[in-house]
Design a protein. Structure first.
Length: 394
C-alpha cells in the first residue's frame, strides 16, 4: 500500500522590499475586489433562484478584466484572483452543507489580507521563493527548516493587523507518521483556574496571557479612542500599537497550546474531552473574557488534527454528561454542584473529591465506555439531531 503523507503548512515571517510590499498590497486589494464582486453576483443570482458555480464566476472575471473600470486587475498575477473564486466556491459549499454561515463580504480594514499562489505562480529553488510579478525572492526568516526534499504545492502570503508579513508553504510532510501504540488513556477537563486538569491528577496552570497584558492593552486602546476617526496617520499608528499587543497575546497563547497538545497526544493513545459549547458560554458576561483567553476551542481543534496525524483516538463526550456531579468512586449523582464548589464529599461512599480531577476521571470512564461500545464520537454541534456518544448502548 502506498504511503500517504500529511499536508502541513509551515509559516514564516518575511520582510518585503518597498516594491514587493506595493505589489502584494495591490494583489490583496484585487483579491478582495474579485471576491466581493463574485459574491454579489452569486447573491443576486440566488435571489433570482439561480445558481452560479466557480466556472461561471471565472468567466465573469475574464469579462471584468476587459472593462476599462477594472483593467487594473490585469496588473497583478491572475492566480490569486482565481484562488479567491475557488475559496468562494468552498464557502458556498460549506453553507449549503450547513457547516457555515452565508459568505460575507471582505472589508478593507477588518478582513484578513492574504493571497494564495499555486505552483504556476511561484518559483522555489534552493530555499529561495520568488512570486509571480516579482524579480527578487522574498527575504524569509527561516525559523525552522522545511522537511528535506519537499516542494510547496501552494504558497499563501498574508499581512496581519500589526503590519507583520507572513508566508505559509503547504507541503507533504513525510515526518508526520503514526506514533507507536500505547495503552495509556487520559481524561481532560478544561477550566479557568487551571487550563486543563487530567484524570491522573495533574493540573496545568492557565497562563492567562490576556490578563498579563491587560494594562498595556487598555492604555493602547485609550490612546486609540482619543484619535480622530478616519484614515489619519496618527490613528493608524495607534491602531497598529493595539494590534501588536493583541498579536503578542495570540502568539504566546498559541505557542503554549501547541506545546501542551503535542505533549498530550504523544503520551496517550486515547484522549477524552468534553464537547463544550464555547459560543454559548461566552454569553455569560462575567466569564466571557476569561473563557476567550483560555481558548478552549483552539485547544480542541489542535487535539483533533494532531490525534489524526499521529494515530491517536480522540473521544468527545456529550456536553450534557454530568462529569462534575458524578462520583467517580461509586457513581452517585449529586443534584447540584455550583461553580464555587471546588471540593465535595460524596454522601454515599464518603469520598472527598477535587471537582476538576473527579470530572476528568468521569470523562475518561465515559470515553472508554464509548470506545468499547463503538459509539460515534463526533460532537453534536457538527451533527444536529444526532444521538450523543455517551447515550449509545452496547
Amino acid at each position: 500500500m502506498a504511503t500517504t503523507h500529511v499536508k502541513r503548512a509551515y509559516r514564516y515571517r518575511f520582510f518585503p522590499t518597498d516594491a514587493q510590499a506595493a505589489e502584494l498590497s495591490r494583489t490583496f486589494g484585487c483579491v478582495r475586489k474579485v471576491y466581493n464582486m463574485a459574491l454579489a453576483a452569486r447573491t443576486e443570482a440566488w435571489a433570482r433562484q439561480e445558481r452560479i458555480n466557480y466556472n461561471a464566476t471565472s468567466a465573469m472575471l475574464t469579462v471584468w478584466k476587459k472593462t476599462e473600470e477594472l483593467a487594473y486587475l490585469n496588473e497583478v498575477s491572475s492566480v490569486p484572483l482565481q484562488q479567491a473564486l475557488r475559496h468562494l466556491q468552498v464557502a458556498f459549499a460549506n453553507f449549503f452543507g450547513k457547516r457555515a454561515r452565508y459568505p460575507r463580504f471582505k472589508s478593507r480594514k477588518k478582513s484578513r489580507q492574504s493571497a494564495e499562489y499555486t505552483t504556476s505562480a511561484f518559483r522555489f529553488r534552493d530555499g529561495r521563493l520568488t512570486l509571480a510579478k516579482m524579480s527578487e525572492p522574498l527575504d524569509i526568516v527561516w525559523s525552522r527548516p522545511l522537511p528535506e526534499g519537499v516542494s510547496p504545492s501552494t504558497v499563501t502570503v498574508s499581512k496581519d493587523a500589526a503590519g507583520r508579513w507572513f508566508v505559509s508553504l503547504l507541503v507533504e510532510d513525510p515526518a508526520v507518521k503514526p506514533l507507536p501504540a500505547t495503552d495509556t488513556a487520559v481524561g481532560i477537563d478544561a477550566g479557568l483556574e487551571h487550563l486543563v486538569t487530567l484524570s491522573t491528577g495533574e493540573k496545568i496552570t492557565n497562563p492567562r496571557h490576556e490578563r498579563a497584558d491587560r494594562a498595556r492593552l487598555a492604555k493602547a486602546q485609550r490612546q486609540l479612542a482619543r484619535k480622530a476617526k478616519g484614515d489619519g496617520a496618527n490613528r493608524a499608528k495607534a491602531r497598529r500599537r493595539v494590534a501588536k499587543i493583541h498579536a503578542r497575546i495570540t502568539d504566546r497563547r498559541r505557542d503554549h497550546l501547541h506545546k501542551l497538545t503535542t505533549r498530550l497526544v504523544r503520551e496517550n493513545q486515547t484522549l477524552v474531552v468534553e464537547d463544550l459549547t464555547v459560543r454559548n458560554m461566552v454569553k455569560n458576561h462575567s466569564l466571557a473574557r476569561a473563557i476567550s483567553d483560555a481558548a478552549w476551542r483552539e485547544l480542541r481543534m489542535m487535539l483533533e488534527y494532531k490525534a489524526a496525524w499521529y494515530g491517536r483516538n480522540l473521544v468527545v463526550v456529550d456536553r450534557f454528561f454530568p462529569s462534575s456531579r458524578l462520583c467517580s468512586t461509586c457513581g452517585a449523582l449529586q443534584h447540584k454542584m455550583p461553580l464555587h464548589v471546588r471540593t465535595w464529599t460524596c454522601g454515599s461512599c464518603g469520598t472527598t473529591h477535587d471537582r476538576d480531577v473527579n470530572a476528568a476521571k468521569n470523562l475518561l470512564a465515559a470515553g472508554l465506555a464509548v470506545s468499547v461500545c463503538g459509539a460515534g464520537v463526533r460532537p453534536q454541534r457538527r451533527t444536529p439531531g444526532g444521538q450523543s456518544a455517551t447515550k449509545q448502548k452496547p
